[in-house]
Design a protein around this ligand. Structure first.
Ligand SMILES: CC1=C(CCC(=O)O)c2cc3nc(cc4[nH]c(cc5[nH]c(cc1n2)c(C)c5CCC(=O)O)c(CCC(=O)O)c4C)C(CCC(=O)O)=C3C
Ligand SMILES: [Fe+2]
Length: 414
């Protein structure tokens, strides 16, 4: 460990394994992407999303139609209101007194306003839970930066402590809804093929996730100077592959159903000359059709709720590709507010809290359980470093942690 890292762990109660000792949090922050709630919101929302990200205007124009076709409304905000209510209900049922606050990256309620409101209401120690399960810049570091910048902007750095729940891609609460959905999806497509008089026709399972630039994929979940190697050179890809294999194994074990599978990508953005993860789901469907596959089960393994990227890119576009090729197809639900997912998220909160602490940290792949505190340099932002929380090398949020290393914070005063 470098002297800098040693200094960082001396002020952060973080163990070697990237764990943070349980604390007495006084609020949970449900942090999400945000989405437009009417036609007049579409363009301002897209500007917020793409600020400084080098997305061509043609792509924005195209994406605006996805929202416009839905009345200018993204389903994501309502889904988060429902998730917030479900989390509150489960916390209450377990007798845990933690309010759930909600803040978004790209639309109201915005994260800085939520944090200011939290502070004004007397909260001092907040645990952030995001609606992103995997490791990459967009799904992990960007949220850490959003908090880092919000604390700096509001002048709350050093006054309000914010930590983050680990990336939960392989938590059973996230995975099990996909297991149920995939088993049901396989049965459904098999039944459709049987009804068409081809009961034994081949089916293929496509695990779908968001494409990201290959440079971001390579930097995902990677610590500076760390020897850990990931499949296909990317923690983002490796996490999806391992999770898909875990889903397949469980589906077979529980239902006896199985089919060949592959990991595919969707929602590619950015300039055409910049390489992003491939293959695109629509290209994959065409290839499979050409190889004689007759049924497709789409599992949106990269996503937490049935938001626009799911209802447009999968339910509209990918399903249309299947229909054009005469393939029987279905799209499996995302975890959304599935009982097991909500329970799992509350378990993840309990991993971090002194009251109702859960010391067992389940993970269905051998990549996890992922880190509570990101290692130095993890998921690099190639456009320049920003203040971040929840990293071993960060200087905001927990950088001002008043607890000595390894203590629970139970008796500490703020
Ligand atoms: C990995 C990942 C997730 C999964 C993790 C997670 O769930 O968070 C995700 C989710 C989402 N992405 C969403 C929407 C958009 N993403 C965009 C652009 C981008 N996404 C990227 C990555 C991801 N995105 C990237 C690398 C870009 C390029 C710009 C940049 O480098 O930052 C754009 C701009 C237009 C375009 O280029 O498509 C939009 C509108 C919505 C909201 C949907 C709704 O409204 O219901 C959600 C949940
Ligand atoms: Fe996105």
């Amino acid at each position: 460990m470098s002297p800098e890292q040693q200094a960082a762990t001396a002020v952060n109660p973080v163990t070697e394994a990237g764990r943070m000792a349980p604390k007495n949090y006084d609020a949970v922050l449900l942090a999400s992407f945000g989405g437009p709630e009417g036609q007049e919101d579409v363009i301002p929302f897209l500007r917020n999303v793409t600020r400084g990200r080098g997305i061509p205007d043609e792509r924005l124009e195209e994406v605006s139609h996805h929202y416009r076709a839905n009345g200018g409304i993204s389903p994501i905000n309502q889904q988060n209101r429902e998730l917030k209510a479900a989390l509150e209900a489960e916390l209450l049922a377990r007798g845990i007194e933690l309010p759930v606050l909600w803040g978004n990256r790209n639309w109201a309620p915005y994260i800085p306003e939520t944090l200011q409101g939290a502070y004004d209401a007397g909260h001092r120690r907040v645990l952030m839970l995001t609606t992103s399960a995997y490791s990459c810049y967009s799904s992990c570091r960007q949220y850490r930066e959003d908090i880092g910048m919000a604390l700096t902007e509001t002048g709350l750095d050093g006054k309000l402590e914010v930590d983050k729940v680990r990336q939960y891609f392989d938590h059973p609460g996230f995975v099990e809804p996909f297991v149920e959905g995939t088993a049901a999806g396989l049965a459904e497509v098999r039944a459709k093929l049987a009804a068409a008089g081809t009961p034994d026709a081949p089916i293929h399972i496509l695990f779908a996730t968001h494409s990201i630039p290959t440079r971001d994929a390579e930097a995902a979940g990677r610590s500076e100077g760390e020897p850990r190697e990931f499949e296909e050179g990317s923690a983002y890809v490796a996490q999806h592959l391992a999770n898909a294999a875990a889903v397949i194994e469980r589906v077979q074990g529980e239902s006896g159903l199985t089919a060949p599978w592959s990991l595919v990508y969707q929602s590619r953005s950015g300039a055409p000359h910049v390489p992003w993860l491939e293959p695109d789901i629509n290209d994959a469907i065409e290839d499979l059709g050409g190889q004689g596959v007759k049924g497709i089960v789409i599992v949106p393994l990269g996503f937490v709720s049935d938001h626009m990227e799911v209802v447009w890119d999968l339910d509209t576009e990918a399903m249309e590709t299947c229909a054009n090729l005469g393939l029987a197809a279905t799209r499996v639900p995302t975890p959304g507010t599935h009982r097991k997912f909500v329970d799992g998220l509350v378990d993840l909160i309990c991993e971090r809290t002194v009251a109702n602490n859960i010391s067992d940290r389940p993970a269905v792949t051998d990549l996890g359980p992922w880190y509570d505190v990101c290692r130095p340099g993890c998921c690099a932002n190639f456009r320049g470093e920003k203040p971040t929380i929840a990293g071993a090398d960060t200087t905001v949020g927990t950088g001002h942690d008043p607890y000595p290393s390894g203590t629970s914070g139970e008796t500490a005063q703020l």
